[in-house]
Design a binder for this molecule. Structure first.
Ligand code: ATP
Length: 491
């Protein structure tokens, strides 16, 4: 704006000079105008204040449904941007990078945008694929340009912080030496590492790099080492409550019948990401319009669920029988865990996480450096709880216990190798395979017998809790314990 005014002023002066007019009153007016401008400018701080909610027009965390854990973890990390003085005063190393990890469409980009709004930072977003070219050196040059344009943007917008969001960072930051044209890939990643190492020096501008990926295993370990992407925030598929919130967010600008049971729709959308839910709200509005209705009704939303599943090729709609099995399995783990260590379960859920269809979150244990036989046997028992529970309640087992068994066998081998088994002190490498196998079977078999005895007295309780988990998708450890104590009284 200022540049435009200056340009116009200069043009007017040249025209007036050309016609030899009296310029004195004009010069006075221009001087007055400049003084006024200076005063007006002095009222705006040189840099926008940080740590405030997003100014109008900027994206905020309230516009993201669910993802409470991810939001909390990200907000904690943003303290580094919002409280630079305190961080410096305490001599804390500035945070340079946060890695958002999770399936596609779960809101990673939204979280990064909200972080920029929350911290009053400039926001630049790029995708990893934009850096990779056939010619060596081009990607590295682009990385250099990216960081300098980030600095320029922040200066221009008069901000003292900037958030640089790199989506699909695994393309740019995959393990080095793996690609056929690896020179280009490696140089690009090396340049990113160099740029990140250079951050947090004496410059006034704080640049925070937020990376996003759904393939964390493909990342080069150098990226995740302390001092680079210090924080890893898991952004999972939303649970029942999260899905309801996301639906509300995407329906709020659409006419919806009051009677629409959003919780029911949320229940029907198990496994949907935020992007699927946004598409669902959109499809429902289109269906209502096509049907000549003024408002979206329940039937439109239900039809849209199928449309999204078929259209977006979601792997498949989860089978209720399968979900019931997962709930029974997880309850088995949880009950054994509570029996062996009361208060140990933090949450039981059937919302998929990574490759698991459901999981039991335990309260973090303290770090152990050595384990007793008793401790290891308890671990095996908890691992077997899922399969035993399936057997008792459903009369059969499933492949859902595969990773539990693998883990149980690993622990059994550890017991044998440490000389804690009936074999005494042995070299596990010199042990005949059949003998090793028999001892593992013995160790695991004893635990299995014990778990079966424990759970066979609690079949009804397992079913009751599994029904609750199926309905709510997750229950807290406290709620589980309330049920368990009520169950004990009933016994
Ligand atoms: P990708 O990994 O494919 O880049 P992403 O995790 O970055 O995906 P976004 O781009 O943030 O996903 O989300 C895509 C769209 O899905 C958003 O524009 C929004 O409409 C919707 N969406 C996703 N998650 C949420 C959420 N938690 N709350 C509200 N809307 C969401």
């Amino acid at each position: 704006m200022l540049e435009l005014l200056a340009g116009l002023g200069a043009a007017a002066l040249i025209i007036l000079l050309y016609y030899q007019s009296n310029l004195f009153p004009l010069v006075i007016l221009a001087a007055l105008f400049l003084v006024l401008l200076r005063f007006a400018g002095a009222k705006t701080p040189r840099f926008s204040p940080v740590g405030q909610s997003a100014p109008a027009g900027e994206f905020s965390f309230n516009q993201i449904g669910g993802q409470e854990v991810a939001k909390k973890e990200l907000l904690e990390a943003l303290d580094f941007v919002t409280k630079p003085q305190q961080i410096r005063h305490m001599g804390i190393r500035p945070l340079k990078g946060v890695m958002l990890v999770g399936p596609p469409g779960t809101g990673k980009t939204l979280l990064a945008r909200a972080a920029a709004g929350y911290t009053g930072s400039s926001f630049i977003s790029v995708a990893g694929s934009e850096f990779i070219e056939m010619y060596a050196g081009v990607g590295a040059q682009r990385v250099r340009q990216l960081f300098s344009s980030c600095r320029r943007k922040a200066m221009k917008e008069r901000r003292n912080s900037a958030i640089l969001f790199i989506d699909e960072i695994d393309i740019l930051g995959g393990k080095r030496g793996r690609h056929s044209s690896h020179l280009e890939y490696d140089q690009t990643l090396n340049q990113l590492l160099v740029e990140m190492d250079g951050l947090g020096g004496k410059e006034d501008l704080h640049i925070l790099v937020i990376g996003a990926t759904n393939r964390p295993e493909a990342l080069d370990p150098a990226l995740l080492r302390p001092g680079r992407f210090d924080r890893v925030v898991q952004v999972d598929l939303p649970d029942l409550e999260g899905r309801e919130q996301i639906l509300k967010l995407h329906l709020h600008n659409k006419p919806v019948c009051k009677e629409v049971p959003l919780q029911k729709i949320a229940r029907e959308t198990f496994g949907f990401s935020g992007a699927h839910l946004e598409s669902l709200a959109n499809e429902a509005a289109i269906l209502a319009l096509r049907g000549g209705k003024k408002k979206i009704e329940e039937k439109h939303l239900m039809e849209a669920v199928d449309k999204v599943i078929l259209g977006e090729k979601l792997e498949r709609k989860p089978d209720p029988e399968e979900l019931w099995r997962v709930a029974v399995h997880e309850c088995g783990h949880a009950l054994v865990s509570e029996a062996l260590k009361p208060g140990s379960v933090s949450q039981v859920t059937i919302t998929p996480r990574g490759k698991a269809l459901g999981y039991v979150r335990h309260h973090p244990e303290r770090d152990y450096y050595i384990y007793t036989l008793e401790h290891l046997e308890k671990k095996i028992a908890v691992l077997l709880g899922g399969a035993v529970s399936e057997n008792l309640v459903l009369g059969s087992r499933s492949t859902g216990s595969l990773s539990d068994f693998n883990e149980a066998v690993k622990i059994a081998k550890k017991i044998i190798a440490a000389g804690l088994s009936s074999l005494g002190v042995v070299s596990i490498d010199d042990l005949p395979g059949a003998r090793l196998h028999r001892t593992i079977q013995q160790l695991v078999g004893h635990r299995e017998k014990w778990v079966t005895e424990l759970l066979s007295t609690k079949i009804e309780l397992i079913e009751e809790i599994a029904r609750l988990v199926l309905e709510k998708e997750k229950i807290s450890g406290e709620k589980l314990r309330r049920y368990l104590s009520a169950g004990d009284r009933a016994c």
